[in-house]
Ligand binder design. Structure first.
Ligand SMILES: Nc1nc2c(ncn2[C@@H]2O[C@H](COP(=O)(O)OP(=O)(O)OP(=O)(O)O)[C@@H](O)[C@H]2O)c(=O)[nH]1
Ligand SMILES: [Mg+2]
Length: 332
């Protein structure tokens, strides 16, 4: 998945089908002088459904297709025959997509499992044909109902990534390098901030038969909640991760403060993020020689008494097995 193709927010317009008109037909048979009413009902208008598809990873497909219109129901026919229903439209989206009404921001639905299908907009009901209106006092009603009109709505689709683990850290802390070293994903890596502009996902194989999904999101900086850097709207991608992995380079001026700043920005976005289970990985340990490493370890044990942590280097692959073990323990 290249960066340019990752789309996680899109506006669409959808319209359900109109119901077909009921018929006001009278039976005509060769030897029956006055046939009764036999106009059938109109077909129902087509519905709009949203369906989760595990093969989709982004909302990219909707960049060029923004209107979805379901089919109209057919008119009722003679001999009480009901018109055909309008064709439904099924809009396939990645797992973890939320659909909101654009105008109000109200959440209309969300799909969280593969093939989970939900009705977004119901088609108009078909009108009743004239045979429904026959009564003792009116044996020959000429009246039939019109079909109900379909509905139109502008919706916003938002994708919240469903990964088990979300990596949170300042720019340049080595998030993408970590993802690249424990998964087959090949994110862009560079020694300047905000290299990552869109989230990257990877599958981490664990022991022989297990795995978990990890997400690398763009870096967060102090003031992100006030729009600094890339802002904090990417934090929505960690709202559904069950574990947060804070990544802090060992050469940070003050690891404790860095951690607190990250938590503060998350709190301003959504305080519930602070309730998630988390661990810290101190990255770039290859920058420390043996002596500095030992010092760092003592210092860190003092500063982070209650937090599970490990010290890693994605460059020389140290501490990565321990990191996976801790994550696995928390996940399970
Ligand atoms: N020495 C050392 N350098 C590392 C390590 N991991 C990452 N780096 C370097 O740190 C720089 C930033 O790495 P990225 O993986 O792009 O960092 P990021 O956190 O994804 O950065 P943004 O996407 O900008 O938020 C690159 O120059 C990497 O080569 C490590 O374990 N050791
Ligand atoms: Mg990155």
């Amino acid at each position: 998945m290249t960066e340019g193709n990752f789309v996680d927010y899109i506006n669409l317009e959808v319209k359900s089908g109109n119901g077909g008109e009921g018929s006001s037909h009278f039976r005509r048979e060769k030897f029956v002088a006055k046939g009764g009413p036999d106009g059938g009902d109109g077909g129902n208008g087509g519905n709009i459904f949203i369906c989760a598809d595990e093969n989709l990873w982004t909302l990219y497909n909707f960049k060029y297709k923004k209107y979805f219109i379901a089919g109209d129901g057919d008119k009722g026919g003679k001999s009480r025959s009901t018109g055909a229903n309008g064709k439904d439209i099924i809009i396939n989206v990645p797992i973890g997509t939320i659909v909101k009404e654009t105008k109000t921001g109200q959440i209309l639905l969300e799909v969280l499992k593969d093939q989970e299908k939900k009705l977004l907009l119901e088609g108009g009901k078909g009108g009743q044909g004239n045979w429904n209106f026959k009564s003792p006092t009116n044996q020959a009603p000429r009246y039939s109902q019109k079909g109900q009109k379909g509905n139109k709505v502008k919706v916003t689709l938002e994708l919240k990534i469903l990964a088990d683990v979300g990596i949170v850290g300042f720019p340049n802390s080595g998030k993408s390098t970590l993802l690249a070293s424990i998964t087959k994903s090949k994110p862009k890596i560079a020694d300047y901030p905000f290299t990552t502009l869109k989230p990257n996902l990877g599958i981490v194989p664990y022991r022989e038969f297990s795995s978990f999904v990890i997400a690398d999101i763009p870096g967060i900086i102090e003031g992100a909640s006030k729009g600094k850097g890339l802002g904090h709207h990417f934090l929505r991608h960690i709202e559904r991760n069950s574990v947060l992995l804070f990544l802090i380079p060992v050469d940070s001026a003050n690891c404790k403060k860095t951690f607190q700043t990250l938590r503060k920005e998350m709190n301003q976005y959504n305080p519930e993020l602070l309730d998630k289970r988390y661990l810290i990985a101190f990255s770039k340990s290859d920058l420390l020689d043996k002596e500095l490493f030992d010092e760092f370890l003592i210092e860190t044990k003092k500063n982070f008494k209650k937090t599970p942590f490990c010290i890693i280097s994605s460059i020389n692959n140290s501490g990565l097995e321990e990191l996976k073990d801790i994550i696995w323990d928390i996940l399970n």
